[in-house]
Design a binder for this molecule. Structure first.
Ligand code: GLN
Length: 398
């Protein structure tokens, strides 16, 4: 038998380890914990989409889709973007279907950025942003969102200072994972003005675009004056239709930016699952009622979990959008004799039977997130009830 030296992970990925989502879901399974860590629904997506996908499989839609996506889905995405956000785009030249929004993020960065380009990134950030920037050899400049009276916000001065002559893009996510913040029109205008002043583009991850609660409104930066031509809007069907496992996402961008995105997409995945694209097309066209019920349900689980966490000593503001609650755990961990978010998230599955995400993984300086913990409430009411009962039993008298 031949022996060989240990083959190390490529240097570009070494700083990132295993994604926290896989790690926490595995820990939840090990302890049979209620999994409020990784954000995925524990209920099924709508029949309408499943029937359309099954029909596509049965009728022989089983070969490669065209590289940019099936025409029927690209049409449906253009219709949806116009209805939902007021974005008007040409399906042929401005829409690309990807393997979830995660591939859209990768294709955008790899297809449009060069080594040394700077990208302004709000933190806490979805972990793949940073890894994709590393793959593109681009340099992130972080702007930290911190707790304010009404939720989470950033400092305008810090934002202005992050832009310079090397800035090529700003990466935003609204509604925001993990804070639940919905960027206001005035914040988006401020970001847009900086993009225009520095001739940068906006890459806007809007996967939670439909998960917005009463009193808040989603707005896409692409609809602000002068921004259509300098925006890449990314979204997917995973969150709006509870189909995270289908991995059907998309990028909407003007033709020159779309050319960059497609040049990377063709070598990443080439094209994504044909029948599932037919399923998503049906949902984007006719799934409004499904979304309405889903948002009502999440409004309910958001209050249930939020109120229970408050009562248990967590400090939080209910999220404006998304399906995450980001809470300050200081009072709880002090009582338990623990300290950081990582301590708490390792303790919870074993001792309370509930799993959550330690958000320090989403900051360039982990201490920024060490007092916080993220819970996902994209679950059945009974799952949230069970998690609350378990948390009360473990923490109620801590
Ligand atoms: N977007 C989801 C979350 O934030 C899941 C991401 C993942 O598992 N890669 O929890």
């Amino acid at each position: 038998m031949s022996t060989r030296a240990q083959f190390p992970i490529a240097e570009r990925f070494r700083p990132f380890g295993t994604t926290i989502f896989a790690e926490m879901t595995a820990l939840a399974q090990r302890h049979r914990a209620v999994n409020l860590s990784q954000g995925f629904p524990d209920f099924d997506g709508p029949d309408l989409g499943k029937q359309a996908a099954i029909e596509a499989v049965r009728s022989g839609q089983n070969q490669y889709a065209p590289l940019p996506g099936t025409p029927v889905l690209r049409e449906a995405i253009a219709g949806w973007a116009s209805r939902v956000s007021g974005i008007n785009c040409e399906p042929d030249r401005e829409v690309t279907v990807t393997s979830g929004c995660t591939e859209a993020i990768a294709a955008t960065m790899l297809g449009l950025l060069n080594a040394g380009d700077e990208v302004v990134v709000f933190e806490p950030y979805y972990d793949s942003y940073r890894a994709c920037l590393a793959m593109a050899d681009a340099k992130p400049r972080f702007v930290t969102m911190r707790r304010t009276a009404g939720g989470f916000g950033y400092d305008s001065e810090e934002l202005r200072e992050a832009f310079n002559e090397r800035t090529r893009a700003v990466l935003i996510n609204t509604p925001h994972n993990p804070t639940g913040a919905v960027f206001s029109e005035s914040q988006l205008k401020e970001i847009a003005e900086l993009c225009i002043a520095h001739d940068a583009i906006a890459i806007s991850d809007e996967v939670y675009e439909r998960l917005v609660y009463a009193g808040n409104e989603h707005r896409s930066i692409a609809t602000l004056p002068g921004m259509h031509e300098r925006s890449v809007v990314l979204s997917s069907s995973g969150k709006s239709f509870s189909l995270t496992g289908w991995k059907i996402g998309w990028a909407i961008a003007p033709p020159d930016l779309t050319a960059g995105i497609r040049s990377a997409h063709q070598f990443l995945t080439f094209a994504v699952a044909t029948p599932l694209q037919h399923g998503v097309a049906a949902l984007l066209r006719d799934g409004e009622q499904e979304i309405h019920s889903l948002v009502n349900h999440y409004a309910h689980t958001r209050s249930l979990l939020g109120e229970a966490l408050l009562e248990l000593g967590f400090d939080l503001t209910l999220p404006q959008g998304s399906y995450f609650i980001l809470a300050d755990h200081t009072r709880v961990t002090e009582k338990l004799g623990l300290s950081t978010d990582v301590d708490l998230c390792r303790w919870l599955p074993e001792h309370a039977g509930v799993a959550a995400i330690p958000p320090s993984a989403f900051y360039s300086s982990p201490e920024e997130g060490s007092r916080l913990v993220r819970f996902a409430y994209c679950k059945k009411t009974e799952t949230i009830d069970e998690a609350i009962n378990r948390l009360r039993a473990a923490l109620g008298h801590a």
